[in-house]
Write a protein that binds this ligand. Structure first.
Ligand code: ADP
Length: 259
């Protein structure tokens, strides 16, 4: 349960979409690059709906066993232990599969029957099928593969979810987020957002990922805690983006003129 309301600034009609998805028992896919507020949004909605949130950060080793459960040895006995998906299905929690495309294919197979009208989970190791609790909702995030290195999600899987797309917020909203998250003054927030926007437009640098709101928030926090501004931008924004000396130099030169 999320006791304190997370700060979240709405950028489209996403909370209304989420509310209706929940009401209609439809799974939701949140698409968008890293650091655009997907996880924060899900936490905010769990609080709004007063539901427990179970988050699983998927990676290439995440298997259906990790989600559904396994037998474990306890003393002289072998006992079954529910995995987080089974718990969420039974108890009516929101289950958030962060970066679902990273998980092993058997995870996608395991969630299939939960994403359609059946809303049931098959636990093969127990030979059991369980009906999802009224309030169970499946939410997944996915970083679209328009940049190399990101995994794709099969069309047949995607079509099982409603989908909303997250992008970087417009300047006005991003400034507000920075100020709220870090306590930084408006003038510095504006400058950081301008740096972010500038770098996002530099497609010729061929960065795998560009400046996210998260990186700008980090820079704002460092500035607010007293680290010199250029150094803050260097360690929070420039260095995380590239390991190439020329690119780092170019980005630092550019950011240095703007802060
Ligand atoms: P994602 O899950 O998309 O990778 P997060 O939800 O972790 O991104 O967001 C990263 C950070 O960016 C958050 O911790 C928060 O500081 C900030 N952030 C981004 N978008 C918003 C928003 N709309 N409202 C509030 N904070 C935001």
């Amino acid at each position: 349960m999320i006791a304190i309301a997370p700060y979240y600034l709405e950028t489209q009609k996403e909370s209304e979409v989420f509310q209706h998805a929940f009401k209609n028992k439809l799974p939701l896919l949140i698409k968008g690059p890293t650091g655009t507020g997907k996880s924060r949004f899900v936490a905010y909605m769990a609080h709004e709906l007063d539901k427990a949130l179970i988050t699983i950060s998927c990676h290439e080793e995440t298997s259906s066993t990790d989600l559904i459960g396994r037998f474990i040895i306890k003393g002289a006995e072998t006992v079954w232990q529910d995995g987080p998906l089974t718990t969420a299905v039974k108890e009516g929690a929101l289950l958030y599969l962060d970066e679902v495309a990273e998980a092993r294919p058997d995870v996608i197979v395991a969630i299939h029957s939960l994403t359609d009208h059946r809303r049931e989970l098959f636990i093969d190791k127990l030979g059991l099928t369980i009906k999802a609790h009224e309030d169970f909702m499946l939410v997944a995030s996915f970083n679209p593969g328009y940049q190399k290195g990101f995994k794709e999600l099969k069309p047949s899987t995607r079509q099982r979810f409603l989908a909303i797309s997250f992008e970087y917020p417009d300047a006005k909203k991003e400034i507000e987020i920075l100020m709220n998250e870090s306590g930084i003054n408006k003038d510095d927030a504006k400058k950081l957002v301008a740096i972010g926007q500038k770098i996002r437009n530099l497609t010729e640098l061929g960065l795998a990922e560009t400046v996210s709101t998260r990186l700008l928030v980090d820079a704002a926090k460092l500035i607010e805690s007293g680290l010199p501004k250029r150094l803050s931008v260097n360690v929070a924004v420039v260095q995380p983006l590239s390991d190439d000396a020329d690119t780092i130099q170019a980005l630092n030169d550019l950011a240095g003129l703007m802060i």
